[in-house]
Design a protein around this ligand. Structure first.
Ligand SMILES: NC(=O)c1ccc[n+]([C@@H]2O[C@H](COP(=O)([O-])OP(=O)(O)OC[C@H]3O[C@@H](n4cnc5c(N)ncnc54)[C@H](OP(=O)(O)O)[C@@H]3O)[C@@H](O)[C@H]2O)c1
Length: 247
């Protein structure tokens, strides 16, 4: 029996993806690590022999298909996949620029759809796998400056819930990963208070444990998730009044 466990993770050159790749490798997994910056992936691979760089741009459909073909040709059985690559551009709601919305949807949303399309035949053929989709608690409710980013994540949340039962019939188990604030190069750019922020290493541990336990929702820190869930249920008049106050 082949006991080897293999993960493919995107967005592995920094932040949550980098920490998660390292965490899985430290648990004995073989980790295929993707992102655009090949040198950063090489530096990550130098930290653990279980990490194999597989550089690509997740918005490049042909590159995603080639990565999946690489797994197929080499008989690599993917135990898990974590589609984590993503980016954030804050939006001033008085200066709408459709290019920002389109480019965030390409990276955060359509890259996931592209990856699922490319992966589906392989995962089905190999008898299933668990696929974690890294969204955000920002997709739970509309937040200031997050109109583009939050919309991409709300789309991921809805899509993942909608696909869950269909894909499960073919053994492809989805997990929806909803981070709150995690200290990474992405949040280092923020100049507003970020309550209950956790380290990327703690996020990695939560992802590993949640995926291992087969949970659909994997969220950390949980109080951020519940705070936003409760906010989203408030009457909108009260909700908008609360959001207009400084934190
Ligand atoms: N940090 C948080 O508080 C937080 C909260 C909620 C959700 N998230 C989500 O968590 C995920 C990781 O974020 P992070 O905070 O770890 O940010 P990060 O440190 O900026 O990492 C983003 C990763 O995505 C990769 N990436 C971006 N565009 C890509 C592209 N076109 N093709 C391939 N890879 C690409 C980057 O690699 P290259 O630049 O090398 O391509 C990098 O490895 C994102 O989906 C983000 O939305 C983060």
């Amino acid at each position: 029996m082949n006991l080897e466990k293999t993960l493919w993770i995107t967005g592995a050159s920094s932040g949550i993806g980098e920490a998660t790749a390292l965490y899985y490798a430290q648990q004995g997994w073989t980790v295929y690590a993707s992102a655009r910056r090949a040198e950063a992936l090489q530096a990550l691979a130098a930290k653990h022999s279980g990490i194999k760089p597989l550089p690509l741009d997740v918005t490049d459909t042909a590159a995603l298909a080639a990565a999946v073909e690489h797994f197929r040709e080499n008989g690599i059985r993917l135990t898990q996949v974590v589609l984590n690559a993503g980016t954030h551009t804050p939006v001033d709601g008085r200066k709408i620029d459709v290019k920002v919305f389109r480019s965030l949807f390409e990276v955060n949303f359509f890259s996931v759809v592209n990856a699922l399309e490319a992966l589906y035949p392989l995962l089905h053929h190999q008898g299933g796998a668990r696929v974690g989709i890294v969204s955000s608690v920002a997709g739970l409710t509309g937040l200031p400056s997050s109109s583009a980013y939050g919309a991409t994540k709300a789309a991921l949340n809805n899509m993942t819930e909608a696909l869950r039962n269909d894909m499960a019939q073919d053994g492809i188990q989805l997990s929806l990963i909803l981070p709150g604030f995690v200290k990474t190069p992405l949040t280092d750019k923020n100049d507003f208070p970020m309550p209950w922020m956790i380290s990327a290493e703690k996020a990695a541990e939560s992802i590993f444990k949640g995926m291992d336990a087969g949970r659909f929702i994997i969220t950390f820190p949980r109080r951020m998730y519940w705070a936003l869930r409760i906010l989203s249920f408030l009457p909108k008049k009260l909700y908008f009044r609360l959001l207009s106050r400084p934190l």
